[in-house]
Each structure stands twice: as C-alpha cells, then as structure tokens.
Design a protein around this ligand. Structure first.
Ligand code: AHM
Ligand code: MG
Length: 337
C-alpha cells in the first residue's frame, strides 16, 4: 500500500485535534506546494539560470543569492490569495508583508526563511525552507511587527523542507513530528516516518569549529571535553559534522541523534547570536522538542525567549535531550559540569 499523502495526514489530524482546522490545513498545504516549486527551481540548477548572486542585499546586510529571492517570491505568491493568512514575514524582507487588500485575510501569521543555508546553493549541497505559524491576535486586522513578537511556545505549527537527494517535508502541529517524502512522479508528499523521535543520548556534535577562539569560556571547556574523547572527562569518543545548512544538520539529528550548536561568540555578541529567533531557531526548537529532544539558548529554554524585534538573533543549542542538557549545564553551573 502507498504511504498516505500529506493531505490525508492533515485531514486525520484535523479529526483528532481541535487546533488543526481547515484554515491551518490549507496553510500547510500551500506552504508544501510552494516548497515543491522551490525544489523544482533548485533541481534545474545551472540549466535554469538560477545559480549565483542576485546582486542585492537583505535587511541583515547579507548578499542575496538568486534562489533566495526566487524562493521568497514563490512563498509570497503562493500564500497571498488563499485567505488563511493575516500577514507573513521573511528573512529576506525588512518588514512584514501584508496580505493585499483584494484578498480576504485569515487568522494566521506565517514566518519563513525561504532558503536556509544559502552558501550551499551553488555547491550543490542540501539547503532548506524553514517556517513557523503563529495565531494573529484577536481583533487585529492589519498586523505589524508587534503581532509577530510571540515566544516560540505560541507556535501553532512549524516545519522545514529539506532539499537534498530527496525532498522532505518535516512537520509538527504540536502532536509529534512527521516526515513526508516528495514523490516526484506524482508531485505529492507521502508520510514516510510517523512520530519521529530523537535519541536522548548521542556521540555526535555539530558546530562551526573555526569560531573556537571567539567562544565564551564554558563553550571552550565543553567542546574541549568532547574532543578529549575516551580518555577525557566524557569517557567516550565524539564525532563531528557541520553541513553549513541548519536544515541539513537538524535533519541528521532528527534521524540519528546529535547536538547542533551555534553559540554566542565574540563575533556575533553584539547581534545576540548568529541564527534568527523567529524563523530559524523557534520552528526548529518546536520540531526538536516535539521529537523528544531539547532546545536552549545555552542558558534557558529557547522557545520561552520573548522576542523584541522581527529579525532578532539568538544562540542555539538543540538536539538529543541529555547532550543539550549537558552543554547547557556547562554554562549555568560550570563547577558541576
Ligand atoms: P542563511 O539563512 O543566511 O543561510 O544562514 C543560516 C545558516 C544556517 O543554515 C547554518 O547553520 C549557518 O548559517 C552556518 O553559519 P556559518 O557559515 O557561520 O557556519
Ligand atoms: Mg537561514
């Protein structure tokens, strides 16, 4: 028998859970459809003329790739007219995007990083789309930045699409994590892993080690102890991986465990961290927690951070529960770690 489709899965969730309604179901299906289009654009590569720089910069001061811009446009266009959104916000746009007045407005706010891991696009390494869904506060017709500033605990749904050898959609609506694989022949996402669980223990970590000299002392000690391996305080050897696309690293962790860390370091301290809270760290934290893992800022639960602005950055420690707790302990209680 064929694995069930994303549509069937969402209809079943709607029957079981009060927070999954027809509007949220439409929203997820529209995002999934946009991700299929992004996957097709990525798949054409040089033949589609989509590689290379766009020649523009985003609000974060980063140079945009052509595919950053294309992916952002695909997501905006797909989501504008369905009547399920009040507004959306993106890594690639300084301000929230209001739903045009010609279309009806819905009850949700959508945030996304249209193409995460941009530095990997031109070298044919996995990249992804990350998204987070919030409820638009009651009575607000024209949401502004303020309405998006909700802690991660308020997310109604979150997901990512990983564009690798397969195109995968990973989704949570707060009832566990499910993984769908795109059947390219029929153009449909199929449920290939239900209720994904991250092992609580791991011997694999992901960090950009070239930043080592900028790390804070607890981080220096934590990684030194991992690298000391079987003869060090941890008593076993650890393996290291760093994709350079958070989606790739998180998906590996969802599949076989591990810990992903982008800590506060002297280079990014003034900005508060490297990764963005609302459309990178929060949706990934929601997924990881729903899969039995943990996500912190190195000091406290990530999803409880109160956002102060749309493009806020945050340190990120996420993955296998016990390892995230250990890394966090190095920061909170250096003596006991
Ligand atoms: P992007 O959204 O501009 O692609 O940046 C986010 C990416 C993450 O996917 C990845 O984990 C990180 O940046 C890599 O950073 P670095 O190049 O500092 O290792
Ligand atoms: Mg990103």
């Amino acid at each position: 028998m064929q694995p069930i489709s994303l549509t069937q899965h969402l209809i079943e969730e709607q029957r079981r859970h009060a927070n999954v309604n027809a509007e949220l179901r439409l929203l997820v299906e529209v995002v999934a459809r946009a991700c299929k289009r992004i996957s097709i654009a990525l798949g054409k590569g040089a033949l589609g003329g989509v590689l290379g720089e766009a020649g523009t910069g985003n609000v974060q001061g980063e140079a945009q790739k052509k595919l950053d811009v294309i992916s952002n446009e695909i997501l905006l266009e797909a989501n504008a007219w369905g009547g399920h959104l009040a507004a959306c916000a993106s890594e690639e746009m300084a301000d929230p995007y209001p739903i045009p007045d010609v279309y009806p407005k819905g009850n949700y706010l959508l945030l996304f990083d249209p193409l995460d891991g941009s530095s990997n696009i031109d070298v044919n390494i996995s990249v992804g789309t990350i998204f987070s869904v919030l409820r638009c506060p009651e009575g607000v017709v024209n949401p502004t930045e303020k309405e998006f500033l909700q802690p991660g605990t308020q997310q109604v749904a979150a997901g990512y699409c990983a564009y690798g050898p397969n195109t995968l959609l990973v989704l949570t609506t707060g009832h566990g994590v499910n993984v769908f694989t795109l059947d390219r022949e029929i153009g449909s996402f199929r449920l290939t892993r239900a209720n994904a669980i991250i092992p609580e223990d791991t011997s694999e970590f992901a960090i950009n080690a070239s930043n080592q000299r900028f790390w804070e002392p607890p981080m220096q000690r934590y990684v030194a102890d991992l690298l000391a391996g079987a003869t060090g305080p941890r008593g076993r050897d650890f393996n290291m991986r760093w994709v350079g696309s958070m989606v790739g690293d998180v998906h590996r962790i969802l599949t076989r465990g591990g810990v992903f860390i982008y800590p506060l370091d002297a280079k990014v301290k003034a900005k508060g961290g490297r990764l963005r809270l609302l459309y990178e760290a929060n949706p990934m934290s929601f997924i990881v927690e729903q899969a039995g893992g943990a996500a912190t800022t190195g000091r406290s639960r990530l999803m409880e951070v109160q956002p102060e602005h749309l493009h806020q950055r945050v340190p990120v420690f996420l993955g296998s529960k016990h390892e995230v707790e250990t890394a966090t302990r190095y920061h909170l209680d250096p003596a006991a770690a």
